[in-house]
Design a protein around this ligand. Structure first.
Ligand SMILES: Cc1cc2nc3c(=O)[nH]c(=O)nc-3n(C[C@H](O)[C@H](O)[C@H](O)COP(=O)(O)OP(=O)(O)OC[C@H]3O[C@@H](n4cnc5c(N)ncnc54)[C@H](O)[C@@H]3O)c2cc1C
Length: 318
């Protein structure tokens, strides 16, 4: 086929270029992004985390967040990582905090420490203990659910509070309606943003946002995007948190176990397509579960039009 034939082809208006041009018109500004990291547990991991932050910082994320091991297993490491982000980079940092197996006093002390180092944003979560931790009794002196934790944090008036939400319903919820009612309670308690569990089907997220709006939830609902590095691990995460994996996604990753470079390219393309669909449905913010690997998330952001915006040390990204 010649170039002229390609250009004159009647199918051109339905081509991916035309589709992308349409999407660019419906979302003329690049989306806002935030990045999630986990606290490193070794020197080598620490080095790789800081390299990742260095690569992603120029994209001027709204914030970067650092996870917290349920039961307090990463308490010091999460704190140290967040503190270092705040002191050594111009980025806003959010600290995740879980309340499972912690007393109210513990939580207040952790919040005192965060306030003292300048943290202004907490992602308030219940958390899950590892399966092998055995049955943990609900503590009489603790918070039963993330809603109670969000209320206690908001009451202090020092922090913006984000909470988790579940487009495919939290696995322990009695029903989709009960889960949404609990999300509404977290927002009414003072949370100003909900960040979603990861999902693969954009329609599921769009329908969830519609249901949340109908239930009176009016804060930003930010889709959590998981760029896949290891498909088997992603399947495992998905099974644990109730995320459905469409057959088409399984097919896309078939045969890529031994070719990580190809898998990364495929994964970036697939996640960018997912985000593009969401952009076309009015989504303006994305939260990336980076798994501490920058390049994959960076590629997806690039495909979405998010570009490096160098800023001077000490300057807050806009
Ligand atoms: C964006 C995001 C970030 C996360 N970060 C971390 C992290 O850093 N560390 C970590 O350990 N885990 C993290 N998780 C996982 C999270 O801890 C688990 O999904 C956990 O099982 C639920 O936490 P939650 O905050 O949603 O809990 P909750 O909002 O308390 O909900 C838990 C369950 O209880 C139900 N429920 C809520 N309120 C009530 C109520 N009043 N009465 C009865 N039932 C109720 C809900 O419907 C749901 O089924 C994260 C998840 C997301 C989506």
């Amino acid at each position: 086929m010649t170039m002229a034939q390609t250009l004159e082809s009647p199918s051109r208006s339905g081509s991916w270029l035309a589709r992308y041009a349409k999407l660019d018109q419906s979302a003329p500004r690049p989306p806002r992004v935030s990045f999630e990291f986990f606290p490193p547990s070794s020197l080598a991991m620490e080095e790789s985390l800081w390299q990742s932050i260095e690569h992603l910082a120029p994209l001027a994320p709204e914030f970067i967040s650092v996870t917290y091991g349920a039961g307090g297993s990463t308490r010091e490491r999460t704190h140290a990582t967040v503190k270092r982000i705040l002191t050594e980079t111009p980025l806003s940092a959010a600290a995740h905090l879980t309340c499972v197996d912690a007393s109210r006093d513990d939580i207040e002390r952790i919040l005192d420490d965060y306030a003292a180092v300048g943290v202004r944003h907490i992602v308030a979560l219940r958390g899950d203990l590892p399966v092998n931790a055995g049955q943990i009794e609900q503590r009489a002196d603790g918070f039963a659910h993330a809603g109670e934790l969000a209320a206690a944090i908001a009451k202090r008036g020092q922090f913006a509070v984000s909470v988790a939400c579940y487009p495919e319903v939290h696995p322990q919820a009695r029903s989709a309606k009960a889960d949404l009612d609990h999300l509404k309670r977290k927002i009414d308690a003072g949370a100003s943003r909900a960040i979603s569990q990861f999902f693969f089907d954009p329609n599921i997220f769009v329908a969830f946002v519609d249901r949340a709006r109908a239930a009176g939830i009016d804060v930003p609902i930010v889709p959590g995007i998981l760029p896949i590095t290891n498909f088997k691990r992603a399947l495992d995460f998905a099974a644990r948190c109730g995320t459905s994996v469409p057959a088409s996604v399984r097919r896309i990753f078939e045969g890529l176990d031994e070719t990580p470079e190809v898998r990364q390219l495929v994964s970036a393309t697939m996640a960018a397509e997912l985000c593009r669909e969401l952009l076309a449905n009015g989504v303006e913010d994305f939260h990336f579960y980076t798994l501490n690997r920058a390049r994959l998330t960076q590629s997806i952001c690039h495909l979405l039009g998010v570009r490096a915006r160098p800023y001077a040390a000490g300057e807050q990204p806009a």
